[in-house]
Design a binder for this molecule. Structure first.
Ligand code: PMP
Ligand code: GLN
Length: 380
């Protein structure tokens, strides 16, 4: 077959998880919790199945869940999305991202992607016939930041979309209000759309506020805002998420969505709707993960790993130059096989060969797992 995606292989997450399993390494590579969700959430799924929610739900999502999402977006970010026409429940953030790109990018359109970048944006752009335009983040003494001057310079008459991701995978950097203003200044007076990947929206630390595009009128009116229940409720395997966008964009999104999946898992949508009646689980998430971040960072103190700032997500990036001169992929491999702790090379998030001497650890793990990994890392 003449491949549509000739450059795509198996993702780094799958490869590193397989390597970790093969060598009995502690897997701090692929991002997922190694602990269970709230048992009440699991009960609610069974309740929904027993209540007969086992057939196709509405294409856009169970109304009660869309209402819960709308209420959350209103409460946290102050924008009133119309739950009928502006919110759609998706098969994870991944499908939301894929469908948002497929519904809006035409052959030859350019999509600006800020690197390092999560791996699912570029293949979707390629499938749409679009062209990705990478812009590299600035890496200074205070960590990674988005160079808005470089983003502005990358804009051409063909630019269709800019993809942003905050809190950011893999760097753990977060956008601030000033970043939203800078992005708004670039897209205002243009037809450029924004795809805002906010799957880690509830993992923002040290009292910072999540800079959702929903907070910013100029951005919200042209943005697909994407999030994931998998991250927020410790259920990455459920593959449920959502997209919120103005009605005109959402109408186009649903043209793709209805033929891509038509609708997504009914009982879990009902369970999530009931569970979200109480905001405590997601309001408590920053504190929950900040404690784990602090535990992990403290544990690496005194080692030869150099910690980068970790303002959001459940990822911690570290420089390892004092330990090894290996390139990132080789170091991650060595760390997994020889030191027994799997990590992800940041180079995997770049479209061109890039070596920064940085790997990413996931700290969405039980304290026991983190302590065991730290014990191994402290020997290096
Ligand atoms: N975006 C980012 C930045 C992610 O880290 C992930 C998680 N793999 C996704 C999107 C996809 O989320 P989901 O598992 O809900 O499809
Ligand atoms: N988002 C997860 C990560 O960055 C991986 C999800 C996946 O395996 N596709 O580790």
């Amino acid at each position: 077959l003449h491949s549509r995606l000739p450059a795509v292989g198996t993702t780094v997450f799958t490869r590193m998880s397989q390597l970790a399993a093969a060598h009995g390494a502690i897997n701090l590579g692929q991002g997922f919790p190694d602990f269970d969700p709230d048992p009440r959430l699991v009960e609610l799924v069974t309740d929904a199945m027993r209540a007969g929610h086992n057939q196709y739900p509405p294409m856009a999502g169970v109304p009660a869940l869309r209402a819960a999402i709308g209420a959350k977006l209103g409460r946290l970010y102050g924008r009133a999305y119309d739950v009928d026409g502006e919110i759609t429940v998706t098969a994870g953030a991944s499908q939301a991202i894929q469908s948002a790109i497929l519904c809006s990018v035409h052959p030859g359109d350019e999509v600006i992607i800020i690197e390092p970048a999560y791996d699912c944006y570029a293949p979707a752009v390629a499938l749409a016939g679009g062209v990705t335009v990478p812009v590299t983040m600035r890496l200074g003494a205070d960590g990674y930041s988005v160079p808005w001057d470089r983003v502005a310079a990358a804009v051409t008459p063909r630019t269709r979309m800019i993809v942003v991701n905050s809190p950011h995978n893999p760097t753990g950097a977060i956008l601030r209000a000033a970043d939203l203003d800078a992005l708004a200044a670039i897209v205002a007076e243009t037809e450029i759309l924004v795809l805002s990947d906010e799957v880690y929206e509830h993992m923002v630390f040290d009292g910072a506020e999540h800079a959702s595009v929903a907070r910013h009128p100029v951005l919200a009116e042209r943005a697909f805002l994407v999030s994931s229940f998998g991250k927020t409720f410790h259920v990455t395997g459920w593959k449920l998420g959502y997209v919120a966008a103005p009605a005109a964009l959402m109408a186009e999104f649903r043209k793709v969505h209805q033929y891509n999946v038509f609708c997504v898992n009914a009982p879990m949508q009902h369970a999530l709707a009931a569970y979200m009646a109480d905001p405590a689980p997601y309001l408590g998430l920053p504190a929950f993960y900040q404690r784990k971040r602090d535990l992990f960072r403290a544990g690496l103190g005194g080692t030869r790993f150099e910690l980068l700032p970790a303002d959001g997500t459940y990822f911690q990036c570290v420089r390892y130059g004092a330990i090894s001169g290996l390139p990132e992929a080789a170091f991650a491999q060595w760390l997994t096989v020889e030191a027994g702790v799997a990590a992800i090379p940041v180079s995997a998030f770049h479209s061109a060969p890039t070596e920064s001497g940085i790997v990413r650890f996931c700290f969405a793990k039980t304290d026991t797992t983190l302590e065991a990994a730290l014990e191994r890392l402290r020997r290096l």
